[in-house]
Design a binder for this molecule. Sequence first.
Ligand code: PLP
Length: 431
Amino acid sequence: MSIDTARFATRAVHAARSQPSAPPRATPIYLTAGFEFDDFDHAADHFGTGNGFGYTRTGNPTVRAVERQLAALESGADALLVATGQAAVATALLTVAGAGDHIVSSAHIYEGSRGLLVDNLARLGIETTFVEDIADPDAWRAAIRPSTRALFAESIANARNDVLDVSAIAAVADAAAIPLIVDNTLATPSLLRPLEHGAAIVVHSASKFLAGHGSVLGGVVVDDGRFDPALAGHNAPHLVLPARGGGPSVAARHGGLARIAYARESVAPRFGATPSPLNAFLIGQGAETLRLRVREQSRNALAVARWLAESHAVESVDYAGLPSHPDHATASRYLDGGFGSIFTVTLRGGLPAARAFVEGVRIFTHMTHIGDVRSLVLHPASTSHASRSDEERARAGVHPGTVRLSIGIEDPDDLIEDLAQVLQRTKEVAA
Ligand SMILES: *Cc1c(COP(=O)(O)O)cnc(C)c1O
């Protein structure tokens, strides 16, 4: 029976079945739960080897194309796309650590990552030690135990704008035969590629600069492909011991790519934060223009930060692009083509001034997001950092009068005009 002669309800679901077509130049969106097997043996081979595509939770051609694109941008060997940045951090950490293991993390990280470490991973038996002085390699070294499975830090950290000395901390990780995992969301591979400086794994919230349009969420794990079983196997028994049922180990099957292969086969599809192929497409579209946006946003951010630093309504500006910032030299050494576009400004007049600021801006959008083409503002002390104590907030650079800015691609003169009118108002409430 052919589809043409089938009945109405059958035609409805089968008549559009995909046909070979002309090769599309843009990445096609394979919005499908799964893929048809050629025959009996093809299905068995897919389940046995993981090769090809079977079900979108374990692989999808649109997702794969964007993974190749993001791996190339980060100078990585391979990448794994997941549903959110939070899922990327969780996947990377669960790829290297299990119950009884230990992680050493920068104390200056995204609040969602911190919550994952102190609440969720702790309940799974993974303990974390936080390093406060992240510029000091000895502080990292001193926190490492025999059970430590990774070092974790952000390339540029919010809110103090700390810039990581990647090669110095990567050397500490190498000496302990464990990976340095860097959350590179704020720097983006346009400014800094941590794998080129010795980090082993990079993670991103692709919801931010990689997409850039603020329309979708996504996350990515990028691996350097340099896992060495002889050097690091004792810290990763799950990669070097025979598989369940006695088959070859992950390292035997995937060599240097063992970590990302394990993340792809055994972590991401089991915990299940699979990206939608449509979202993957939108992230890939965004990433094509990453360099143009980040260059423009960095230029705008520097102009805005310089202007703010001169204002009488402002107490301090924490931006690594300003020579006054403690990490300016490190930033100048690592960042290529700008200093990023996210920073904090602390207003004179404390909380009332901050309230007047977020309520008075016209071009800036008041929301919890960063890395968008639009300029955004948020008051961290009453939102992202509300659950921390005053002392913890102060150590993180979050004061009652601190607002976080994410500078977009608008004309910088319009941004400065908006800030001028709003600082007039903050001065009135502070007076
Ligand atoms: C936003 C963000 C995350 C979490 O990403 P989502 O896509 O929101 O899940 C992780 N790390 C950093 C540095 C972020 O800014």
